[in-house]
Design a protein around this ligand. Structure first.
Ligand code: ADP
Ligand code: MG
Length: 255
């Protein structure tokens, strides 16, 4: 039996428009409008012809320098951004840790947010009753269940977001730079939890600058550079390709 891919991405492209004039205030906008000026903008492709597929239980690393398109790609997989070209097929329930983008409401308490997120993920209330203990224990935020999120520090917020996303039983987990969250002890815990998630046979797309963690967690990786796939395959090989590409683009300056 051939298993169907859980993520299937084909010919993906994402375009952004960069406007040139800065019209900072409403008045500036109004003046331009009255003068009949048009905005000039530049089109810029943050992703160009990206294709890959992932089977159930596979982990894919996504590496590359800042601005290479990693977060854009995850945002499209998470369905918070639409591609301008190509197709995305997802089979399964997807949860994501994209920094602050998880969709929490600052006015609600931590507990209410966990229930909100859980119910969006399709969990039943009684399952959430049990899960929330796990979530708050993992995040080490038991004492703060009834605090409004607006009063959380960014570190606390991130810990809660990570714990919630990984504990609501997704089939696929998208992780953007999670290991930058929290202190060393929390980072270690996250890494272990991600490994456990993988051992449960679930699928992961993992963005990180921690290349050792990428090698540890992901059997395969993709190297993105300027929105293009430069290398794909076994993580160790792709990491080597990253080093080679970096050296090629950043030659040592002559003394
Ligand atoms: P990475 O996560 O690899 O650092 P990103 O996916 O965040 O890269 O960004 C890829 C490129 O797209 C960058 O040049 C970034 O400036 C640009 N970009 C990302 N989001 C937007 C946006 N909403 N509008 C315009 N440009 C964007
Ligand atoms: Mg990013």
């Amino acid at each position: 039996m051939v298993s169907e891919p859980v993520i299937d991405v084909s010919g993906l492209g994402k375009r952004f428009r960069l406007t040139h004039e800065r019209r900072a205030t409403f008045k500036d906008h109004l003046i331009s409008l009255i003068r009949g000026e048009t905005y000039s903008y530049e089109e810029f492709w943050a992703l160009k012809d990206v294709s890959f597929s992932l089977e159930l239980g596979e982990s894919l690393g996504l590496i590359g320098p800042n601005g290479s398109g990693k977060t854009t790609l995850l945002s499209i997989l998470a369905n918070v951004m639409r591609p301008d070209r190509g197709t995305v097929d997802i089979r399964g329930r997807i949860a994501s840790f994209l920094g602050l983008g998880i969709g929490f409401e600052g006015e609600l308490t931590a507990r209410e947010n966990v229930y909100l997120y859980g119910s969006i993920m399709g969990l039943k209330r009684k399952d959430l009753d049990a899960k929330q203990d796990e979530i708050f224990a993992f995040a080490e935020l038991e004492r703060f269940r009834d605090m409004r999120l607006n009063n959380f520090s960014s570190g606390m917020y991130m810990r809660l977001a990570f714990s919630t996303a990984i504990m609501v039983d997704p089939d696929i987990f998208l992780i953007d730079e999670a290991l930058a969250v929290g202190d060393m002890a929390f980072q270690k815990k996250c890494k272990e939890r991600i490994k456990q998630f993988k051992e449960e046979g679930r699928t992961i797309v993992f963005v990180s600058h921690d290349l050792k963690a990428v090698k540890d967690i992901c059997e395969r990786s993709i190297l993105l550079y300027d929105g293009k796939v430069l290398s794909v395959g076994e993580s160790e090989k792709v990491i080597t390709d990253y080093h080679l590409e970096y050296a090629k683009r950043n030659p040592p300056s002559p003394k």
